[in-house]
Design a protein around this ligand. Structure first.
Ligand code: UDX
Length: 456
């Protein structure tokens, strides 16, 4: 099939390279000529494992093209996919101005039947708006609008697209349905055929539910801390029930990224303007933010009465999750300013997100390795679950630190292992290891017995 994709952000670019990889002819369009030149040169503007290999291979075999010319790209296309951004407005609702201008431009250039598909996450009802925006430009020319939301995760976006678990085809005509089935034919996936509004809603509901799972397990973790239970085991038990499932039960410092925070907000807005005020999702958001604050409390508590003023804190991990340099809504952007406002001197290291982090975190020092970040630090705080940190040589880490305090927002290490290495170790929803080698009644914020003097 001939496909035109408008927008070479995460969704558009990944879909473009994957659709070409399975045999479709794809032309990706973007108004940013520098980005297009970079893509033509085989360089990806986003960090995504495996993407450049597909980018080069499919350009070489001429199944993948990049251009700034929408009219030309649309000419032979059977399907035009809209994958431009829908940034959040100050009230949390989705801004549709990019979608509208692309829809109008598509309408303007329409010279034969096209199926126009939205992949961007858009509020329910946007498909109908797109239809009228196109209609206003193209008059009587025939076209269809469909919704085909994207569920890929950053960091495994290529894998997720090539092995998609399901594809939602929100359609209004038999022709649109047939074209979307043909588009997905090379993928071994389950197709769910719906109307436009249901397809649009499914994306918000899925993301809000995953966010709810994370906040739920974080609350369980907080109670575990009070009662000496271990949240990782509780999650394991819960997850073995297929009705619950084991995914997204990792307690920590809450979700970040470009989707969950934005989509939960937009969902709340959408409910409100549709006349139903959601009750669970706003609480999910609150719990998510509280979780960041609790980690800062744990760091503060580790120093007892001394507090964080003047303490050298090594932060390991800045990206909102591993295998990406994405800093959007990253917990680090909330947690680090809280630490500095308490007087801590923060030195941070991330394997790849430091360049992206600089503009968000101007008042901290960046280190070029974990060793440099942790050298002579009074404590280390882990914010991203990179493999590099999971595999840290704990003895080397201990030797680097001025005091062996580890506050782990991602539960990377076994508390008992940390105890055997002589660390003070506080994680999320598990027993806290204090310095004298005893373990206490969980992290209950009842005041730490640890003081710097004891450590030296
Ligand atoms: C998410 C959805 O998974 C994807 O389907 C949708 O299309 C876009 O949003 P993404 O934002 O790339 O994808 O990241 P994801 O891997 O889902 O993680 C989101 C956040 O949740 C991260 O900050 C991660 O650290 C956090 N998380 C995830 C947890 O805190 N605990 C978990 O158990 C899982």
């Amino acid at each position: 099939m001939n496909i035109c994709i408008v927008g070479t952000g995460y969704v558009g670019l990944v879909s473009g390279v994957c659709f070409s990889e399975v045999g479709h002819n794809v032309t990706c369009v973007d108004q940013d000529d520098k980005k297009i030149a970079q893509l033509i040169a085989g360089r990806s503007p986003i960090y995504e494992p495996g993407i450049e290999e597909l980018l080069v291979r499919n350009q070489n075999n001429e199944r993948l093209r990049f251009t700034t010319n929408l009219e030309g790209a649309m000419e032979k296309a059977d399907i035009v996919i809209i994958a431009v951004g829908t940034p959040a407005e100050s009230d949390g609702s989705a801004n549709l101005s990019f979608i509208e201008s692309v829809a109008r431009e598509i309408g303007h250039h329409l010279t034969s039947y096209k199926l126009v598909v939205t992949k961007s996450t858009v509020p329910v009802g946007t498909g109908q708006k797109i239809k009228s925006w196109i209609q206003e430009q193209c008059g009587k020319m025939a076209f269809d609008v469909a919704s085909n939301p994207e569920f890929l995760r950053e960091g495994s976006a290529i894998y997720d697209t090539m092995h998609m678990e399901r594809a939602v085809l929100g359609v209004e005509s038999e022709k649109a349905k047939e074209l979307l089935i043909e588009l997905h034919q090379p993928f071994d996936t389950r197709l769910v055929i719906t109307d436009l509004a249901t397809a649009e809603m499914s994306k918000y509901a899925a993301n809000a539910f995953l966010a709810t799972k994370i906040s739920f397990i974080n609350e369980v973790a907080n109670v575990c801390e009070q009662l000496d239970a271990d949240v990782t085991k509780v999650a394991e038990v819960m997850g073995l029930d297929p009705r619950i499932g084991s995914a997204f039960l990792g307690a920590g410092i809450g979700y970040g990224g470009s989707c969950f925070p934005k989509d939960t907000q937009a969902f709340i807005q959408m409910g409100q303007s549709a006349g139903y005020a959601l009750k669970i999702v706003p609480e999910v958001e609150k719990v998510n933010f509280e979780q960041r604050k609790r980690l800062v409390m744990k760091a503060k508590q580790a120093f007892g009465l001394e507090g964080l003023r003047g303490k050298r804190i090594a932060v390991l991990g800045l990206a909102f999750k591993p295998n990406t340099d994405d800093m959007r809504a990253a917990p680090a952007r909330d947690i680090i300013p809280m630490l500095t406002s308490l007087g801590a001197d923060v030195r941070a290291y991330d394997p790849i997100a430091m360049q992206a982090a600089i503009s968000y975190l101007p008042h901290i020092t960046f280190a070029s390795s974990w060793q440099e970040a942790t050298r002579d630090a009074d404590a280390v705080i882990i914010l991203t679950d990179w493999n590099e940190f999971k595999e840290l040589n704990l003895q080397e880490l201990k030797n680097q630190l001025a005091s062996p305090i580890v506050i782990d927002g991602r539960n990377l290490f076994e508390p008992q292992l940390m105890k055997s290495h002589g660390f003070y170790y506080d994680s999320v929803g598990r027993i806290k290891i204090e310095i004298e080698g005893e373990s206490y009644e969980g992290t209950s914020y009842r005041g730490s017995r640890l003081h710097r003097q004891k450590l030296s």
